[in-house]
Design a protein around this ligand. Structure first.
Ligand code: HEM
Length: 579
C-alpha cells in the first residue's frame, strides 16, 4: 500500500472535541426551541434537553473522525480496516470486546493486518477515539526505545487496582527507571541464571531450595510439592494423557516464587496462588470491557482489591519471617539472595526507590509473579506443540541434547545451555509463531511523534497498540511464515544446516518483538530463556512425546497471555536418559 505524504500537524486536544460537541448541541437545541415556538406549540424543555444531550454525544463520537480523516487536523490519517463489522459510532469497539471475551483478541489484530497489508500501520476507532496500530519495525523500535511513552493508564489502569497504581507496569518517567534499575543487575545477571538453574536442577534431581535458609523453611505439616520429574515419570508410567501447559505452569510458579522469596509453595499454597492469579486476570479482563467500571463493575473491583490484599498479607508474612532471620543471624541481607532481600533493603532506607511504600513493593512483587510464570509456561507448552508437529526438528533437537547434556542426575549449567544452539533456535521459533504476550504493549504518546518509516505524524494523546502476532506472521519478513523453521535463527553455516541468507536473518531479527524493546522491555527475558530451555532440554532428553487428539484442534486462546488450549500429550521414558 502506498504511504501518504505527511500533512501539516495541527494539534487538537480533547477540549476542542468537547467544545465542538457543546456548540453543536446548543445550536441544535436553539433550532428546536425556535421551531417549536414558531410552530405555536409549547416548547418542551425535556425534549430540548434530551435532543441536545443526544446531539452532544453524537458529535463527540463523530467529530474526532471528521477532524482526523476529513479535515486532517490530527496529523496523518492511517488506513482503517473495513470488514462490515465496525459500527458507525462505536468504531471497532464491538470487535475488540467480542474477541477479547472470546479470548481471541490477537486473531483480530492478525485479521485486520491481512486486510490492511502486512507491515502497514493502521488506525481503528474506539468510542470516537482513534488508536494507531503500529507494526512497522522501525516505527515500533523508535517508539519503544527512543520515545518510550508510558503504558496507557486509561486502558490498563486495572493493573493498579489490586494494590497500587504506582506499580512498575504503570508508573511513568523517572520513578519507573529507578524501580527497574534496582532489580536489573539481579534479574538480568548471573544470580538469576544460577537461581533458576538451581531450582530446575534441584526440583529434578534432589533437595529443593525450600528446605534451605531463612525464607524457605516450610511450616510443619505442609504437603511438600511433588518434584515434577518424578511426577512426569509417574505420568509416563501410567500412560495417562495430560495438559502440559498445566504442568509447566506449576513448574514456573515454583521457579518464580523461589526467585522472589527463596520459597516455593507447597501443593495447597500453589493451588491457592494459581486461583488468586486467575481470578485477578479474569476480573481485570472483564473490567477493561465495561464502560463505567467503577459503577457497573463494583463487585469485580471489590474482588480485585480483595485478591490484592491476599497478596499483600502474603508479602507481609514473608517479610516478617525474613526480618526475623536477619535478626537471629540465620540469613544475611547482602548479597541479595532473592527479590525480597532487594526490596527489604530498599524499604529500610530513608531515601529508598520505593519511598517506604510497602503496597508499591507488594504490587511490584505481585507483578513480577504474574508476568513471570504463565508467559514462560506457555512458551514451554507451545514448543512441545510445535515439535510434535515437526518430527524432523524434534529428532535434530534430541540428537543435540544427547551430546550436550550432562549424564542424568548431574546439574545443567549455563555452559550446557550455551552449547545447545538448536535448542535456542527451537525456542525462539516457537516464540515467533506463538508469542505468549501476543498483544505486546499499549502506550500513550505524551508528545507528537513523526514516524521514521515515512514521516507520518501522530499527535500527543494518541493511544498506540503495538501487537506482536501480526508482525511475527508477516510473510515478507518471515518466508513461509506459518512454517515452524528453527533454522531461521541459525547461522547459514550451522552444523546440521542453517540455510537462510544473512538478509533474511536480518529481517527476521528486526521483526522479532516477543519481549518488546527499550526501557520497558521485558526484564525477565534472560530468566525466561534459561528456565524454558533447561526445562525443555530435560523434557525432550528424558521422554518421547505423543499428541493425544488433533493438532488442528489446539486453539490459540489469549486473554492477556496466549496458551495452547486443548493440547494434550502422553509420555514415554527414553531408555537411555531414564536412569
Ligand atoms: C516467554 C516469557 C515472557 C514473555 C514473552 C514476556 C513478554 C513481555 C512483554 C511483551 C512485555 C511488555 C514490554 C513493553 O510493554 O514494552 C513484558 C514486560 C514485563 N515482563 Fe515479561 N515476558 C516473559 C517473561 C517474564 C518473566 C520470567 C518475568 C519475571 C521476572 C517477566 C517480567 C516482566 C515485567 C516486570 C515487565 C514489565 C517491565 C516494565 O514495565 O519495566 N517477564 N514482558
Amino acid at each position: 500500500m502506498k504511504k501518504k505524504a505527511s500533512p501539516r500537524l495541527v494539534l487538537l486536544p480533547p477540549v476542542p472535541t468537547a467544545v465542538v460537541a457543546v456548540a453543536v448541541a446548543t445550536a441544535a437545541a436553539a433550532t428546536l426551541v425556535s421551531t417549536l415556538t414558531t410552530s405555536g406549540g409549547a416548547a418542551s424543555w425535556v425534549v430540548v434537553a434530551v435532543a441536545a444531550a443526544a446531539t452532544a454525544i453524537l458529535t463527540a463520537l463523530v467529530w474526532p473522525r471528521v477532524a482526523t480523516d476529513v479535515l486532517g487536523l490530527h496529523g496523518t490519517s492511517f488506513p482503517s480496516p473495513v470488514d462490515g463489522r465496525a459500527w458507525p459510532l462505536l468504531g471497532q469497539l464491538p470487535q475488540l470486546l467480542a474477541e477479547s471475551q472470546a479470548n481471541a483478541l490477537a486473531h483480530q489484530f492478525v485479521n485486520w493486518q491481512q486486510r490492511i497489508g502486512w507491515g502497514v500501520n493502521y488506525q481503528i476507532y474506539v468510542f470516537g477515539r482513534r488508536h494507531v496500530v503500529l507494526v512497522d519495525p522501525d516505527d515500533v523500535r523508535a517508539v519503544t526505545m527512543r520515545v518510550d511513552p508510558p503504558r496507557d493508564p486509561g486502558m490498563l489502569r486495572h493493573f493498579g487496582t489490586p494494590l497500587s497504581v504506582d506499580t512498575l507496569f504503570l508508573v511513568p518517567g523517572a520513578r519507573h527507571d529507578t524501580a527497574r534499575r534496582l532489580v536489573h543487575p539481579f534479574l538480568s545477571g548471573a544470580p538469576t541464571t544460577e537461581c533458576v538453574l538451581r531450582v530446575v536442577n534441584e526440583s529434578l534431581w534432589g533437595v529443593h531450595p525450600q528446605a534451605v535458609g531463612a525464607g524457605g523453611a516450610q511450616g510443619g505439616g505442609a504437603t511438600p510439592f511433588p518434584r515434577w520429574a518424578a511426577h512426569l515419570d509417574a505420568l509416563a508410567d501410567s500412560g495417562e494423557p495430560f495438559d502440559i501447559d498445566d504442568i509447566s505452569t506449576s513448574i514456573t510458579i515454583d521457579v518464580i516464587e523461589t526467585l522472589l522469596y527463596s520459597t516455593s509453595s507447597d501443593m495447597a499454597d500453589l493451588a491457592t496462588k494459581k486461583e488468586w492469579m486467575l481470578r485477578l486476570i479474569n476480573d481485570m479482563t472483564v473490567l477493561a470491557g465495561l464502560p463505567v467500571p467503577e459503577l457497573l463493575g463494583s463487585a469485580r473491583m471489590a474482588s480485585l482489591k480483595k485478591t490484592g490484599n491476599n497478596f499483600l498479607a502474603d508479602f507481609e508474612r514473608l517479610a516478617a519471617r525474613r526480618q526475623a532471620a536477619y535478626a537471629d543471624g540465620s540469613a544475611a541481607a547482602q548479597p541479595p539472595r532473592d527479590m525480597l532481600d532487594i526490596m527489604l533493603a530498599d524499604l529500610g532506607q530513608a531515601t529508598g526507590v520505593y519511598e517506604g511504600d510497602r503496597r508499591r513493593v507488594a504490587a511490584d512483587l505481585l507483578f513480577y509473579l504474574l508476568a513471570g510464570y504463565d508467559t514462560t509456561a506457555h512458551s514451554i507448552a507451545w514448543t512441545v506443540h510445535a515439535l510434535l508437529d515437526n518430527p524432523e526438528a524434534e529428532a535434530r533437537l534430541v540428537a543435540e541434547l544427547k551430546t550436550a547434556l550432562p549424564p542424568a542426575g548431574q546439574p545443567i549449567t549455563a555452559a550446557h545451555l550455551s552449547a545447545m544452539p538448536y535448542l535456542d533456535a527451537v525456542w525462539k521459533e516457537s516464540l515467533r509463531l506463538f508469542p505468549p504476550a501476543p498483544n505486546g504493549t499499549i502506550r500513550k504518546l505524551e508528545a507528537d511523534l513523526r514516524l521514521p518509516s515515512n514521516g507520518n505524524v501522530i499527535p500527543a494523546g494518541t493511544v498506540l497498540f503495538i501487537p506482536v502476532l501480526p508482525v511475527h506472521r508477516n510473510p515478507t519478513a518471515y518466508p513461509s511464515a506459518s512454517a515452524f523453521d528453527p533454522a531461521r535463527w541459525l547461522p547459514p553455516t550451522a552444523v546440521g544446516g542453517g540455510g537462510h541468507t544473512p538478509a533474511a536473518q536480518r529481517a527476521a531479527r528486526a521483526h522479532y518483538m516477543t519481549f518488546s524493546s527499550g526501557p520497558r522491555a521485558c526484564p525477565g527475558q534472560n530468566m525466561a530463556a534459561v528456565e524454558a530451555k533447561a526445562v525443555l532440554a530435560v523434557l525432550f532428553h528424558r521422554f518421547s512425546w505423543s499428541r493425544v487428539g488433533d493438532s488442528a484442534a489446539v486453539v490459540m486462546e489469549n486473554a492477556v497471555t496466549m496458551r495452547p488450549a486443548g493440547l494434550r500429550v502422553a509420555l514415554r521414558r527414553r531408555a537411555a536418559a531414564a536412569a
